[in-house]
Design a protein around this ligand. Sequence first.
Ligand code: BTN
Length: 244
Amino acid sequence: QSIDFHETLASTNDRGLQLANDPFVVTPSLVLTPAQTGGRGRGANRWWSTAGALTFSVLVSPDVVELPVARHPQISLTVGVAVCEALRQRFPQADIGLKWPNDVFLHEKKVCGILVEVPPQRRDILVIGIGLNVNNSLKSAPAELQATATSLSDAVGNKFELSEILIEVLHMLEQRLAWLSASDPQLARRWEEFSLLRGKTVYIENHQNDIAGICQGIDEEGGLLLRTPSGIERVTHGIVKHFQ
Ligand code: BTN
């Protein structure tokens, strides 16, 4: 285990991908910075964050956690479930939800983004990037984010010890990755339980191949099941643009 801490860093995922090129890289390891300046989101998106946010990446090796890379969609959901559960432990009354495959919502606004990547040179390592808005207020964020995103302190009204939240998330992540490697059926029940999409009309953007339908649930392999005019479609990739 190792911790790679930087006062400032463009992107913890970029640093994680770089570390993964080292043949002697240790896994699991944690890349952490309190000041991420060029955070990346899914697709071409950027990840906005300011002081007070938690931004980190965890390198795990499928050899250690026994995760075949082919199960990638499930990995994203598993990380999402782990964050949801860590938040639920702390805020049992809060309205916490998971937007397939891996956005965590608090009180109907996005509080956490997850970016799982496989280094091109090391297909046996996963870089799991997590951006959780904690003490950073979205009031200082670009206007379009203020309407759709939140932070723990915006939602709850007080500040938190970042290291405590980090430890809670890492601890839950370890446990849920263990469920994934053991193919524990509880995992699929959890992502279904937290899913915000069931019964909703969902619009997916997927490389020119957009699709819309009514969500029937998420299957055990992590596929999103949509009822469309031409039958049930199983979606494994793409970004949910909108749901209602
Ligand atoms: C998304 O919602 O599109 C995913 C956002 C992921 C952001 C995190 S912050 C830590 C890690 N480093 C990055 O550059 N991105 C991820």
